[in-house]
Design a protein around this ligand. Structure first.
Ligand code: DAT
Length: 178
């Protein structure tokens, strides 16, 4: 594959990742509002544009078609300025992102938030294990340079606001430097 070199972007691309229920979508929305970056919730894109290979009834989830998702996103990512949220991070090309935010929360919060969302017990259990085992954090550290990975606690609204503030500072510094 030949990857054309693109001009350096003046706005960063940010990925907000973490176990379902850690607060990705809410935080990404607030980051977009605070920074003017464009929010892209990959789960919604997959549903809206049918970027999946059908439905898994057992886990009540769509079967991801990575190639379709990456093809669909490539043009959106090329100019920078995107705040993306998705529950995994290792499928994206490293070159897309300037900052990887990994949200963390307690298992109690995961349980409460996902139960409120109406998730089945097996899906809640899978996600509790994912958070306990730090799966997303370890994937992020394996897939990206550790210095661009920012692990943030997202237990309360106050923490969420502080997280948005930290990301805003990053975006401002990035804009000054580029
Ligand atoms: P995700 O996109 O990671 O699945 P979400 O943004 O949909 O998570 O949040 C799930 C629910 O939890 C939603 O009702 C908002 C709430 N929530 C998320 N982060 C929170 C936080 N830091 N403090 C309090 N509530 C939070």
């Amino acid at each position: 594959e030949i990857i054309p070199t693109s001009p350096p972007r003046s706005n960063p691309n940010i990925l907000v990742t973490g176990t379902p229920g850690t607060g990705k979508t809410t935080t990404a929305e607030l980051i977009a509002l605070a920074t003017g970056l464009k929010k892209l919730t990959v789960g919604d894109l997959i549903k809206e544009r049918n970027l999946h290979d059908g439905y898994d009834a057992e886990f009540d989830t769509f079967i991801l078609n990575e190639d379709k998702v990456l093809d669909e996103m490539e043009d959106m990512m090329s100019d920078g300025g995107m705040c993306v949220d998705f529950h995994t991070c290792e499928m994206f090309p490293e070159r897309w992102f300037d900052l990887i935010v990994v949200l963390r929360t307690t298992t109690e919060n995961i349980y409460d938030r996902l139960e409120k969302r109406g998730y089945k017990q097996n899906k809640i259990e899978e996600n509790l294990q994912c958070e306990i085992m730090q799966v997303v954090l370890e994937d992020a550290l394996e897939s990206y340079k550790p210095e661009i990975v920012m692990e943030l606690s997202s237990n309360t609204v106050e923490e969420m606001e502080a997280n948005v503030e930290k990301v805003l500072e990053f975006v401002q510094q990035f804009r000054q430097a580029h």
